[in-house]
Design a protein around this ligand. Structure first.
Ligand code: XMP
Length: 520
């Protein structure tokens, strides 16, 4: 999709120095209704200039800016007349490049810290004179650059923030993007809306409207094919397309028999012939095919491969029946773009198979990626704008290979039934207890362990179900969530009473690393 419409004209650029909160910076800026994109510090200044940003934010990073070879940026960046905000490493780099001094700090600051701010600085307008911020640094600014003045300090950090108000250059040692910084969002708002003068026209309602218009123009009378997985991204993309072009769109939904309980029918309810959209919907009930391919296979990577390959095969068969199409829809979202190395600086950590994402075996001319510029929370907002049911919009992340990788060992139809039923109970109770929106990701998995139990005076020899619930910012690291014991007890007794074949339930306390979020 083109990024040339008026939405994207008012843009703030985040220059990524490899810190852990970089996507978070961009998300927080977008929460201020300002569109924002992430670029690596290796991006040429001419490219930055050509984008004509209203402001530039330099992120944190793991290096020391005074060390040879450390990531840096040309001084010219600060001379463009565009407001620049440096955060943590970005703040130190700004001082370093402009003639200040950065050294190893005598006291390393880490965690929530009291900071004293000068509220006459445009950055700190309406911020309390003493406020809590999140610090994480081992270097510090020992001397500010000429033309700057100090506008915040802490007990251990003489320069918690500095500004050159006239040149609109600001440096903050702490992390306003992290929620522990109590007034961080206000500070970022002050920068992008106040200092940079952005009007704040980045809104999901107008984004959706605009995208629909653009899709219509681009597609014309063309034929479009979309692989629907039932996940949030492909569903939002499909509805957007359906609203734009109606029955020029064909959605193929492959039910591989590894979906959550009732999920296949729920997808059909929304997209099928009785749903609200006039599109061509093809549901392929390929359950048996997948179970046959998976019979006797225990190794998780092998299972992933089989499911991925079989998916493509099924999809290919359907695509052949449809014939040549003009466009293929993909549910790519912005973190995929950044993580694949096209945007920021983050290392490529995972290259997941995505059932939603796609084969090169289909005869098409062009790809349409209507969500390419959106973060996950924005995709959800767009979904709500499009009128997609909340149940679908707030669906948990779900791996492409589905329950196939939440069943340890061989996958069988009976094991799928067990994990589907246990998971449905778990989700129902978590929602009842009010944790469904606050916990990052939670699900039931089936261990391959069977053990002896006793039920109604009878000996049992049944499976153990594992419950997983984690909190995570970026899915790269995660902590086990603190689900109240009473909730876990209710879930446990319901699973054991209601799901045939289970006589034990475990709660997984492992964080990531060393574990992973999935249980495969
Ligand atoms: P792991 O298990 O790698 O999971 O810690 C991190 C996040 O990624 C999801 N996940 C997948 N998502 N296709 C996907 O679209 C996959 O193959 C896949 N495997 C894991 C997982 O649910 C978690 O949110």
């Amino acid at each position: 999709m083109s990024t040339e419409n008026n939405f994207f004209q008012e843009k703030v650029i985040v220059i990524d120095f490899g810190g852990q909160y970089n996507q978070l910076v961009a998300r927080r800026v977008r929460e201020c209704n300002v569109y924002c994109e992430i670029y690596s510090y290796r991006t040429d200044i001419e490219q930055i200039k050509a984008m004509n940003p209203k402001g530039i934010i330099l992120t944190g990073g793991p290096n020391s800016c005074y060390e040879p070879g450390a990531p840096t940026y040309t001084k010219e960046l600060f001379e463009l007349g565009i407001p620049v905000l440096g955060l943590c490493y970005g703040a130190q780099l700004m001082m370093h490049v402009l003639g200040g001094k950065v050294e190893k700090a005598p006291v390393r600051e880490y965690g929530k810290t009291e900071v004293f701010v000068d509220t006459t600085s445009p950055l700190f307008a309406d911020v309390a004179p003493t406020t809590i911020c999140w610090m994480s640094h081992f270097d510090y600014i020992s001397q500010i650059a000429p033309g700057f003045s100090i506008v915040a300090h802490t007990a251990d950090c003489p320069v918690a923030a500095a500004e050159n108000r006239e040149k609109k250059l600001f440096a903050i040692q702490f992390h306003p993007e992290v929620l522990h910084t109590q007034e961080g969002t206000k500070m970022l708002h002050n920068f992008v809306r106040g200092v940079c003068g952005c009007a704040g026209n980045w809104r999901m309602d107008s984004f959706v409207e605009n995208s629909i218009r653009e899709i219509r123009e681009k597609v014309g009378n063309g034929k479009v094919l979309c692989a629907l997985s039932g996940g949030v991204d492909s569903s939002v993309a499909a509805v957007m397309l359906a609203k734009a072009i109606g029955d020029q769109l064909t959605c193929v939904f492959v039910d591989h028999g590894l979906l959550r309980k009732n999920e296949g029918d729920e997808v059909e309810e929304v997209f099928g012939p009785n749903g609200p959209y006039e599109l061509n919907f093809i549901r392929v009930n390929a359950q048996q095919r997948f179970y046959e391919k998976l019979a006797g296979v225990e190794e998780p990577e092998k299972k992933r491969k089989i499911i991925g390959e079989e998916f493509i095969r099924v999809f290919e068969e359907e695509a052949k029946k449809i014939g040549a199409v003009d466009f293929l829809v993909q549910g790519t979202i912005y973190p995929d773009v950044v993580e694949s190395g096209l945007g920021g600086e983050s290392a490529v950590i995972k290259s997941h198979h995505n059932v939603g994402g796609l084969p090169d075996c289909v005869d098409f001319k062009e790809i349409i990626e209507p969500l390419r510029n959106l973060f996950k929370d924005e995709v959800r907002k767009a979904g709500l704008e499009l009128g997609i049911p909340e149940k679908l919009v707030f669906r948990q992340p779900f791996p492409g290979p589905g329950l196939g990788i939440r069943i340890i060992g061989e996958v069988t139809a009976d094991k799928v039934r067990i994990v589907q039923d246990a998971d449905a109970i778990y989700r129902e109770e978590i929602a009842k207890a009010g944790y469904d929106r606050s916990v990052g990701q939670y699900f039931a998995a089936l261990t391959n362990m069977r053990s002896v139990g006793v039920m109604g005076d009878e000996r049992t020899y049944d499976y153990a179900v594992a419950l997983r619930a984690v909190n995570t910012i970026d899915f790269m690291t995660a902590e086990a969530a603190e689900i109240p014991f009473a909730v876990l007890q209710t879930v446990t007794s319901r699973i054991i009473n209601e799901v045939r074949g289970v006589n034990r339930v475990f709660y997984d306390l492992t964080s990531k690393p060393p574990g992973t979020i999935e249980f495969e």
